[in-house]
Design a protein around this ligand. Structure first.
Ligand code: ASP
Length: 326
């Protein structure tokens, strides 16, 4: 029997067209994917929701929360087996990870997009959408967290990131690789995520900043974040988890105010840890109370802190530290 799949469109290049005269890629009146419903119906029973028609740089955590609510409401009405979300690729990994942390349903959830708009040569949108429906309809896709499917690969929302500005193989999971592949004959998983975390959130109004460290960084922006009363700060630190000594005073200022500071590495492979013992080195930062994250990139650590601090029972600093060990 055909599976029932909910398809939610949110916009992005997958729903855009190139203007032949100017070369500008932009949304049109109608979503070009809606003309392909018969190809989708061959794979599953499809219900389509047009949630937004936005380029993904316009997507905010509030849109992500609305998507979570749409999935939950639709599931209450009709218990579908899987959901596929089409999305612009620029912030796709963030929406996918937000849903990974917040949607707790016994279904598969797949997020997909395209690097070439619908009327460009080699357009990858319809192909990726069909692959995603195949993955969402596959019974092995449940219990693996939110999946990101493009270019015949299946990635976990937690590890995947956009690595190239234009190449169709842009989505990669540095250090870990994809967890499965899509072939002409079917869907094959070769890894399973070891743990999944869920948080129950009702709002996303906390202010969380993301700052990238650089040679010569000082404390000015960190003091500004404290004065602006941010609720949390993610720092993409250098290498194994170190900062220039001139940034330490700013971190102390945040920690004195009990504002959680979470450290990730600006390296896209590896995990930030308290290894170095010099001024600004990881050991000093950890002793000061900086929280080290277990391998997430900056944008995902930011969402995780946002979700954790927005959870129904807000964690204290010790609990935030535990949360980032996962
Ligand atoms: N800038 C586009 C977006 O994220 C890129 C894409 O969809 O591939 O909306």
């Amino acid at each position: 029997m055909k599976k029932h799949i909910l398809v939610i469109h949110t916009g992005g290049t997958i729903s855009m067209m190139e203007d032949a005269a100017t070369g500008a890629v932009k949304p049109g009146e109608e979503n070009p994917l809606s003309t392909h419903s018969s190809s989708l119906e061959q794979l599953a029973d499809i219900t389509v929701r047009e949630a937004f028609h936005l380029p993904s740089p316009h997507i905010t955590p509030d849109h992500m929360l609305q998507l979570k609510q749409i999935i939950e409401e639709e599931y209450k009405q009709k218990q579908f087996q899987g959901a596929v979300i089409t999305h612009g690729t620029d912030t796709l990994e963030e929406t996918a990870y937000f849903l990974d942390l917040t949607v707790d349903l016994p279904i598969s959830i797949v997020v997909t997009g395209a690097m070439r708009s619908s009327n460009e040569i080699g357009a990858d949108g319809l192909y990726n959408l069909l692959s995603s429906i195949k993955v969402a309809a596959n019974e092995n896709s449940v219990d693996k967290g939110v999946l990101v499917v493009l270019n015949d690969e299946i990635h976990s929302a937690k590890n995947v990131t956009k690595t190239h500005t234009s190449n169709v193989s842009t989505f990669q999971s540095p250090q870990y690789g994809p967890i499965g592949i899509v072939t002409k004959r079917g869907v094959i998983f070769h890894h399973k995520p070891t743990s999944l975390e869920k948080y129950s959130v009702n709002g996303v109004s906390k202010k969380i900043a993301l700052i990238k460290a650089h040679a010569g960084m000082d404390s000015a922006l960190l003091f500004a974040l404290r004065d602006l009363k941010y609720d949390g700060v993610i720092v993409e630190a250098l290498g194994q988890g170190n900062l220039p000594p001139a940034a330490v005073e700013g971190l102390e200022g945040l920690i004195e105010e009990k504002i959680p500071v979470v450290l990730v590495s600006r390296c896209f492979n590896g995990i930030a840890q308290d290894i170095y013992g010099y001024a600004g080195g990881g050991k000093q930062l950890k002793e000061m109370g900086v929280i080290f994250s277990n391998g997430l990139n900056g944008q995902k650590a930011r969402l995780k802190l946002l979700v954790a601090l927005s959870a129904s029972n807000e964690p204290d600093l010790k609990e935030v530290e535990e949360i980032f060990k996962n």
